[in-house]
Design a binder for this molecule. Structure first.
Ligand code: MLT
Length: 322
């Protein structure tokens, strides 16, 4: 009997080894938990295009939306741990959502980290019809309104929602959140003047700002963005100390073979270090993670530190989700 058990275990181990050695032998799917056309979708597609070169297999991007990104992350977390399903997300989906939703999965226990991806500061933008040209004028306008201004988000717990909460805490100004399945559709409504503002990822707003279809007031950071040097920082524009950077990352279901994770990490790192990819991402205001932060362990440690930092803040905001 013992011999049989050892044989079975050896076969399973070899099977796993074989799968890792042959990985990938079919397309890999990256689940983006927000709508197409938003910043998460844009970054994932840019990276997927280059990762397929390293992996030698098609890398698909699938948008699975809803509930601040938690539905898409859940879909990935419950997928087979074989490396063929990757969870794309960020501070909102892989940290904040754990403090807001009863997720049905654990953001740390049910996912293995693959790689930390680029980050970008948030930016305060409004529709062009807002009668303010500077951040100070915007704050005065917001304070003078009889009812809260509408702020687009990608749903409770999304990056744009967490940034809105941080904006409210920094200014004492209440906002009325309008949730979308991503800040891609939220941006469409901002351009159309259907909502007043977004505290958005710079990478999502920067092209509309350059086109003059929306107005930017400040980069939510203490340094300007190289690809948009004319936009002042919150420190310069009258809201000193209000800083927020949104980082992204990739995960796989817990239990994915380490060799498979290493191959996915290598493909992501090669993409991040490809000059053409870097140019595309930096032009959107995205900053590459430092080289020593590009390992799976570095993302795991960072996510845990961010959970420790943000959960008390988000829980104190007492966010209600229906
Ligand atoms: C967010 O606000 O969480 C993201 O910007 C949403 C998105 O990527 O569409």
């Amino acid at each position: 009997m013992r011999k049989l058990v050892l044989t079975v275990l050896a076969t399973l181990a070899l099977g796993g080894l074989a799968s890792a050695q042959n990985f990938p032998s079919r397309p890999v799917t990256i689940i983006v938990p927000f709508s197409a056309g938003g910043p998460s979708d844009a970054m994932a597609r840019i990276l997927a295009e280059r990762m397929k070169v390293s992996l030698g297999e098609t890398v698909l991007v699938e948008n699975v939306t809803g509930a601040g990104g938690s539905i898409g992350v859940g879909r990935a977390a419950k997928s087979p741990p074989d490396g063929y399903t990757v969870s794309f997300g960020h501070l909102g989906t892989h940290v904040a959502n754990g403090a807001i939703y009863k997720l049905g999965y654990d953001l740390v226990e049910d996912l293995d980290p693959v790689a930390l991806l680029p980050s970008n500061p948030m930016i305060i933008v409004s529709k062009n019809a807002v009668p303010a040209k500077t951040l100070k004028e915007l704050l005065d306008w917001l304070k003078s309104r009889p009812s809260p201004a509408t702020a687009g988000t990608a749903g409770a717990g999304s990056g744009s929602h967490v940034a809105g909460l941080a904006f409210e805490a920094a200014t004492g100004i209440k906002l009325q959140y309008v949730p979308y399945r991503g800040t891609g559709p939220a941006m469409n409504d901002l351009v159309a003047g259907q909502i007043d503002m977004i505290v958005d990822q710079t990478s999502n707003s920067i092209q509309q700002v350059r086109a003059g279809t929306i107005r930017a007031y400040a980069i939510v950071d203490n340094k300007r963005v190289d690809s948009a040097p004319d936009i002042p920082t919150t420190d310069e524009a009258g809201l000193p100390g209000f800083h927020m950077t949104l980082w992204s990352g990739m995960w796989v279901p817990k239990g994915t073979p380490k060799d498979v994770i290493a191959k996915l990490n290598a493909a992501a790192v090669e993409a991040l270090n490809d000059p053409a990819v870097r140019k595309q991402l930096e032009n959107l205001g995205l900053q590459m993670p430092p080289k020593d932060k590009q390992t799976p362990a570095a993302l795991g440690a960072w996510q845990k530190a961010e959970i420790a930092k943000w959960w008390p803040i988000i829980k104190a905001a007492n966010v209600k989700v229906d």
